[in-house]
Design a protein around this ligand. Structure first.
Ligand code: NAD
Ligand code: DAU
Length: 359
């Protein structure tokens, strides 16, 4: 039975990946999820799998060498899928230090522990050991409006402390591949959306605010472009790269789905008005009048757009969920999981919101 060590599996993409993997492989695989449970980590995301015999949760920090080495010593880990990171750009602008620590030093520690466990005395690695580093398109910087794509060969040009820290972590993975022939891959994915995304990110924040009649804060002129991918398609890409990808290669992941932020916000409002029955009291709150243009994000990248040609040609990956269906599924999920939203927005969320937004 193949054993996966997933880091950051209690977060948005990690938890969707774990669900995807158990749905696909059932009892054929074992997953160990290591997560320190920051504000973004939520065990509730995994309550359907926590009773499985082939799932183990370990609460630990990826920077903790002893804890991570122990997991490798006690388990014959075949695959590492490394999601754990600080992931929100706005938080990185306020407090970059923790991004450097988790994203750069935490990745270095994961690489060192995996290498110590896997490398043979002759410097080679046993067949089947693979480390996948989950990264982002933001490392490539910003594209001009309506022109060009990010390819795997595009030079790195990160602008935010978040993307700079992810770029640093990617460089470390590249260096370990080049120097030690460490068996790894990197995936650089575009913006994900779907269930279990924390409402600091655009889509769940707008859904949550609209339902409670709060202002919808759109940064700058609202015309920045992001390339949106349904999270399950990202999970599938990661699995396909580990199954069929060439070791040492980087793959860009995206579905050619560029949208301006303002289009997304308007679509959320229109979809909520369409889905909610008149009898639902929340419907009265939802209106385009809530849209409020606010001060722009510092260093705000104008446009991201991924060229997914390589992953398509190499492993046959294609996204399955078009945006029209994906956004509807996502909104329906949030409508059906009001308690999940209440739980994650109780506690420190309001403090965070007040410190970030004046509306
Ligand atoms: P998230 O913020 O929802 O989840 C991050 C998880 O990592 C949380 O469960 C958190 O508790 C855990 N974590 C944080 N610091 C940790 C530490 N020191 N030790 C152990 N666990 C720790 O993030 P996400 O949106 O799910 O992103 C996951 C990964 O995918 C990140 O590496 C991110 O850079 C990358 N990515 C995200 C997107 C996106 O659109 N969200 C797109 C491309 C790539
Ligand atoms: O591109 C991949 C990246 O996508 C990931 O690496 C990051 O982890 C993830 O957070 C995401 O980064 P973005 O900065 O693109 O996502 P965010 O949801 O924060 O913002 C999307 C766009 O919406 C961006 O142009 C800023 C804008 N925005 C965001 C928020 C939270 C607003 O206009 N208002 C808001 O309140």
């Amino acid at each position: 039975m193949r054993t996966y060590l997933v880091t950051g599996g209690a977060g948005f993409i990690g938890s969707n990946y774990i669900h995807y993997m158990f749905e696909k492989y059932g009892d054929e695989i074992r997953i160990i999820n290591v997560d320190v449970l920051t504000y973004a980590g939520n065990p509730e995301n995994l309550k359907e799998v926590e009773g499985r015999d082939n799932y183990t949760f370990v609460k630990a920090d990826i920077c903790d060498t002893e804890a991570i080495s122990r997991i490798f010593a006690e388990n014959d880990i075949d695959r590492v899928v490394h999601f754990a990171a600080e992931s929100h750009v706005d938080r990185s602008i306020k407090d970059p230090g923790v991004f450097v620590k988790t994203n750069v030093l935490g990745t270095a520690n994961m690489l060192n522990c995996a290498r110590a466990a896997w490398e043979k005395p002759d410097g080679t690695y046993p067949e089947g050991k693979r480390f996948l580093h989950v990264s982002t398109d933001e490392v490539y910087g910003s594209l001009p409006e309506g022109d060009g794509y990010f390819y795997e060969t595009t030079p790195y040009a990160p602008h935010s402390p978040y993307s700079a820290s992810k770029a640093g972590s990617d460089m470390l993975v590249r260096a370990y591949m080049d120097t030690y022939k460490f068996p790894a891959n990197i995936t650089n994915c575009s913006n994900n959306y779907g269930p279990y995304q924390f409402p600091e990110k655009l889509i769940p924040l707008m859904i949550n605010n609209a339902l409670s009649g709060k202002k919808l804060p759109v940064y700058g002129d609202g015309k920045n472009v992001r390339d949106w991918l349904y999270v399950r398609d990202h999970a599938k890409a990661i699995d396909m790269v580990q199954e069929k990808g060439e070791l040492f290669e980087t793959y860009n992941v995206g579905g050619h789905n560029e949208k301006q932020n303002i289009e997304i916000v308007q679509l959320i409002i229109d979809t909520l008005l369409e889905i909610l029955p008149d009898s639902d009291p929340r419907k009265a709150n939802v209106s385009r009048d809530l849209i409020t243009y606010v001060e722009d994000r510092k260093g705000h990248d104008r446009r991201y757009a991924i060229a997914p040609d390589k992953i398509r040609a190499a492993v046959g990956w294609e996204p399955e969920t078009c945006f029209k269906d994906g956004i509807r599924l996502t909104i329906e999920w949030y409508l059906a999981h009001e308690d999940w939203m209440k739980n994650v927005t109780s506690g420190d969320y309001q403090k965070y919101y007040d410190s970030m937004y004046k509306v």
